[in-house]
Design a binder for this molecule. Sequence first.
Ligand code: GRF
Length: 203
Amino acid sequence: MLRIGVLVSGGGTNLQAIIDGVEAGRITNTEICVVISNNKNAYALERAKKNDIPAVCLSPKDFEERKFYNEALIQTIDSYQVDLIVLAGCMVILPPELIQKYRNRIINIHPALIPSFCGTGYYGLRVHEKVLERGVKVTGATCHFVDEGTDTGPIIAQKAVEVLEGDTPEILQRRVMEQAEWIIMPQAIDDIANGRNKIFGTK
Ligand code: GRF
């Protein structure tokens, strides 16, 4: 059974797609054992509570120094015996010690087709604003392993989404979520949980 810990910061629609995937049997051999948010108001925490999943709020603001937050985050994740860390809309910079300790056991969902529209400053709605500004006709989402860089770890899965005439950033964001994010992240977790991903856990 793959034990996953989901790190969130916002609405939690990607978390919900994982919860629904486990419920519906699209994700097998998997248990969501904790949801951790840096934002106490994140609706993602409500989604966890509604599904009887331990919901923990750990905010850097609650600690005198960042290193104490980093230590608390690692200790909390370790305490739930997590096999795979899933970043689902997580806006926190992860401590390098965590990335090192969980090498190729942390995955993220990025709302564009890496290596396009990624890296520092490319997150959330801003990604879709840039996509529309540039006038590209196809965008999408990428699920990738997390390393010390920003959106630079090994790519696991991608799914393309058409940009349509009249799209606003909000409309495009929703389409990318519905048609790409909420599909490829659950698929990636199911592949990892059932031994179909060759990079998972390698050093
Ligand atoms: C999504 O757009 C995702 O691409 C990005 O952050 C957003 C999170 O949305 N990483 P939600 O909290 O999962 O609804």
